[in-house]
Design a protein around this ligand. Structure first.
Ligand SMILES: NC(=O)c1ccc[n+]([C@@H]2O[C@H](COP(=O)([O-])OP(=O)(O)OC[C@H]3O[C@@H](n4cnc5c(N)ncnc54)[C@H](OP(=O)(O)O)[C@@H]3O)[C@@H](O)[C@H]2O)c1
Ligand SMILES: *[C@@H]1O[C@H](CO)[C@@H](O)[C@H](O)[C@H]1NC(C)=O
Ligand SMILES: *[C@@H]1O[C@H](CO)[C@@H](O)[C@H](O)[C@H]1NC(C)=O
Length: 308
C-alpha cells in the first residue's frame, strides 16, 4: 500500500514537473506581426477566418483554394484589416505539381515562410460508405498527400525561420466516426505522418514545430450543409476555432483541441471504454435524417481506372 502511495506521489510530481516545464507561454497577437504565413483552403470556412485573424495581427499572408473570385475577396478584406501584405494563388490540391508551386510562390512573394497552415479538404459525402474506393484514393490525394508534399517543399524555408507547421485535422482523425469513412481515413493518415515526423524532427534537432489540430463540429457552411440535422450537438463558432488554431501554432503546441470538451472527453474514453464511447457517439446522431438518396451502399458509379 505505502509503496503504491509513494509511486503515486512520485508520478504526480513528475506530471506537475512536466506541466510547468513544458512552458505554458501566453499567446500575444504580436507573435504573428510581420510573420510570413501560407494558409490553404482559405476561400471559405475556418481557413478564411484564419486569414482575417492573421490580417488583424499584421502578418504577410498567402492564401490558396480553387475559387479565384472568393480568394480575391478574402485578400481584399485582409488588406483592409491590416495585413502586411496579402496574395492568393488559385488551383486544386489534387495536383501535386500545383501543391509544390504554391510553396515556391511563397518563396518568391514573401521571401520565405514562418508558418504553413494546412487546412483544405476535398468534397466528400456524409453517409454510409458506398464502396467507392477510388473516392478514398482521390480524397487521400487532396486531404493527405498534398499536405505531405507541401511540407517537404516548405521544409528548407521553415528550418531557416524555425517555423511552424499547423495541420488542421478533426476528431474524426482520432476516433472512427460513422458516415465519414473516407474523410476519417485521410485524417488518420495525417496523424500517422505528422506525429511520427515530429519525433524525428526532435531527434534531428530540426527546430520546426508541428501542431495537429483536433477539431469538433464547427459552424462553417460546408459542415452545416453536409451533416444537415444528423449531428445533434450544436456547432462551435468558426471565428474562435480559427483563432485557437493560430494560437496553438504560434505557441508550438503538439496538439490543439477545439472545442476542448467535445474533443478531449471522447479521446480520454477512446482507449479505456471504446464500447461506451460508441454508445455515446450514436446518441448524438439522428440517423433518420441522413439523405435517403445516398442511403443504401451502392456499386461505384465511376468507371474503375486501371493503374499499374
Ligand atoms: N467544419 C467542421 O465541422 C470541421 C470539423 C472538424 C475539422 N474540420 C477541418 O477544418 C478544415 C476546414 O474545414 P471547413 O469546414 O472550413 O471547410 P470549407 O469551408 O469547406 O473549406 C474548405 C476549403 O478547401 C478548399 N478546397 C476544396 N476542395 C479543394 C481542392 N480540391 N483543392 C484545393 N482547395 C480545395 C475550399 O475552397 P474551393 O472550393 O474554392 O477550392 C475551401 O477554401 C478542414 O481540414 C476540415 O477537415 C472542420
Ligand atoms: C497542375 O498544376 C500545374 C502547376 O500549377 C499546372 O501547370 C498543370 O496544368 C496542372 N495540371 C492539371 C491536370 O490541372
Ligand atoms: C526553436 O525556435 C524557437 C522559435 O524561434 C526558439 O524560441 C527556440 O529557442 C528554438 N530552440 C532551439 C533549441 O534552438
Amino acid at each position: 500500500m505505502s509503496l503504491l502511495k509513494k509511486f503515486l506521489v512520485a508520478f504526480a510530481g513528475i506530471l506537475l514537473a512536466f506541466y510547468f516545464y513544458s512552458g505554458r507561454d501566453v499567446f500575444e497577437p504580436a507573435m504573428l506581426k510581420g510573420k510570413r504565413v501560407l494558409v490553404t483552403g482559405a476561400s471559405s470556412g475556418i481557413g478564411e477566418q484564419m486569414a482575417y485573424h492573421l490580417a488583424n495581427m499584421g502578418s504577410h499572408i498567402l492564401i490558396t483554394a480553387r475559387t479565384e473570385e472568393k480568394l480575391k475577396k478574402v485578400v481584399t478584406k485582409c488588406l483592409q484589416l491590416g495585413a502586411a501584405s496579402a496574395y492568393y494563388i488559385p488551383g486544386s490540391m489534387d495536383n501535386m505539381t500545383f501543391a509544390k508551386q504554391v510553396v515556391k510562390e511563397a518563396e518568391h512573394l514573401l521571401g520565405g515562410l514562418d508558418m504553413l497552415i494546412l487546412n483544405h479538404i476535398g468534397y466528400t459525402y456524409f453517409n454510409y460508405f458506398n464502396g467507392d474506393v477510388d473516392h478514398v484514393r482521390d480524397l487521400l490525394e487532396i486531404n493527405f498527400l498534398s499536405y505531405a508534399t507541401m511540407t517537404v517543399a516548405a521544409l528548407p524555408m521553415l528550418k531557416e525561420s524555425n517555423g511552424n507547421i499547423v495541420v488542421v485535422s478533426s476528431i474524426a482523425g482520432k476516433i472512427g466516426l460513422p458516415f465519414a469513412v473516407s474523410y476519417s481515413t485521410t485524417k488518420f493518415a495525417l496523424d500517422g505522418f505528422f506525429s511520427s515526423l515530429r519525433i524525428e524532427f526532435n531527434l534531428l534537432k530540426t527546430n520546426v514545430s508541428i501542431t495537429l489540430c483536433v477539431i469538433s463540429y464547427i459552424d462553417t457552411d460546408t459542415a452545416l450543409n453536409t451533416v444537415a440535422g444528423v449531428i445533434r450537438q450544436p456547432p462551435a463558432p468558426k471565428e474562435e476555432c480559427a483563432l485557437e488554431i493560430i494560437k496553438g501554432g504560434a505557441l508550438r503546441q503538439r496538439e490543439v483541441y477545439y472545442q476542448y470538451q467535445a474533443t478531449k472527453i471522447p479521446l480520454l474514453l477512446r482507449d479505456w471504454a471504446p464500447t461506451f464511447l460508441e454508445y455515446l457517439l450514436l446518441q448524438s446522431y439522428d440517423i433518420g435524417k441522413l439523405k435517403k438518396k445516398e442511403l443504401l451502399p451502392t456499386i461505384p458509379l465511376k468507371e474503375t481506372r486501371s493503374r499499374k
